[in-house]
Design a binder for this molecule. Structure first.
Ligand SMILES: Cc1cc2nc3c(=O)[nH]c(=O)nc-3n(C[C@H](O)[C@H](O)[C@H](O)COP(=O)(O)OP(=O)(O)OC[C@H]3O[C@@H](n4cnc5c(N)ncnc54)[C@H](O)[C@@H]3O)c2cc1C
Length: 349
């Protein structure tokens, strides 16, 4: 059977898009170069918040808000088709100085966001406490999504690299992946940090490029850190079982996923300064991931600028886990010819 859609890329953007379209009855095939959900979507932190939203523009915050509104139902929908618990939890976030407190307060008040300037937990310093911030354990979320997609009938093909997109007269005719032709009515590009390769760099103004991030992993007693801690671009994320993730860097290093020892030492030192328990512990693991960078962190959720039957859902940079259900929802509405609830101009290719 000819698929209605072929999705290129099996990270959270591709999986969320596949889940949405298949749930609405479409025949969906997803092609992934390696193993599904092992790139940026695995490597990330899973904080469902644009760290300091008062430093971002409306297109980032409005998309985030739309996505976070959908999150509880989305997690419930995935759970109907998967046994993996993505550990979707409200842990709050404590932002420690230095930051622009008046600007942060004004933003919270203008956006109905609960906050207080307080010391919410004994042993942690005073800061801006955002009690409603949620998180997921992103490797588990992508596993859950993969299972859900499989169980509702998305055709998943791993180790399948799309090398060429053939089009004529503003229309994609087929793809070549692993030396074979693949045909569908419509095509959706969700290939993360590698997207500009398949777009032939046609959107230079959007700065679509890999942006490396390093992570450290610690193991502590469960509950040792009760909330997400953030200070000067570094965050600590406590998991339910006592693991703590420390991240991250934002490095323009091309497709190089190495972890320079001096960067890891810097991350470890900063982690110990923010939460002294970590100063006495060695990280048990570290890794780097390639975020799908974009100008001002504004993703493309749009029809391809030159190809009528090709769509884009990519460039979510630092917040692709946060924005996943919202982006898939908006793209599905565009494809269906409906009017989405957000002004889509900023996300248009
Ligand atoms: C260190 C770090 C921390 C982060 N923390 C957070 C956070 O706390 N909260 C948050 O919301 N976001 C966070 N992010 C960002 C988030 O992880 C990304 O924005 C998101 O995962 C992007 O998803 P994606 O599906 O677009 O890309 P990816 O997950 O990278 O998936 C793209 C997929 O496309 C495949 N692909 C590429 N080219 C081809 C091809 N030619 N053919 C077939 N397949 C192809 C790749 O193999 C890959 O699997 C973080 C990222 C990093 C690296």
């Amino acid at each position: 059977m000819l698929s209605d859609f072929i999705i290129i890329g099996g990270g959270i953007s591709g999986l969320a898009t596949a889940f949405k379209l298949r749930s609405e009855g479409a025949a969906v095939t997803l092609l992934e170069r390696n193993e599904i959900g092992r790139e940026s979507s695995w490597a990330g932190g899973g904080i469902l918040y644009p760290l300091l939203p008062w430093d971002y523009t409306d297109p980032v915050n409005l998309l985030t808000r739309h996505s976070l509104d959908l999150y509880p139902q989305w997690i419930a929908d995935i759970a109907e088709h998967s046994a993996t618990d993505p550990e979707y939890r409200t842990t709050g976030m404590l932002v420690l100085p230095q930051f622009d407190l008046p600007k942060a307060r004004a933003w919270c008040e203008a956006n109905n966001t609960p906050y207080s300037h307080t010391q919410p937990f004994p042993g942690l310093p005073q800061g801006l406490w955002l009690p409603n911030v949620t998180q997921v354990r992103n490797p588990r979320l992508v596993r859950a999504l993969r299972e859900a997609c499989q169980n509702i009938g998305v055709k998943l093909h791993e180790n399948t690299t799309v090398n060429h997109i053939y089009g004529a007269q503003e229309h994609v005719s087929h793809l070549i992946a692993n030396g074979q032709e693949w045909h569908a009515e419509q095509y959706i590009l969700c290939s993360g940090a590698w997207s500009s390769k398949l777009l032939d760099n046609i959107l230079p103004q959007r700065d679509l490029k890999p942006m490396r991030g390093q992570m450290l992993l610690y193991k502590t007693e469960a509950g040792a850190l009760p909330t997400i801690l953030y200070q000067n671009s570094l965050y600590l994320i406590p998991r339910q079982d006592g693991h703590i993730l420390a991240g991250s860097t934002v490095e323009d290093a091309g497709f190089d996923k190495s972890s320079p020892p001096e960067t890891l030492s810097w991350l470890a030192r900063r982690s110990g300064e923010i939460f002294p328990l970590l100063a006495d512990l060695q990280p048990i693991h570290h890794w780097a991931g390639l975020r799908p960078g974009s100008r001002d962190n504004i993703p493309l959720i749009s029809r391809h600028p030159g190809l009528q039957n090709m769509w884009l859902n990519l460039g979510h940079f630092r917040y692709g886990v946060t924005m996943a259900p919202g982006s898939a929802d908006l793209l599905a509405q565009l494809i269906a010819g409906e009017k989405p609830p957000l002004n889509m101009m900023p996300y248009q290719a």
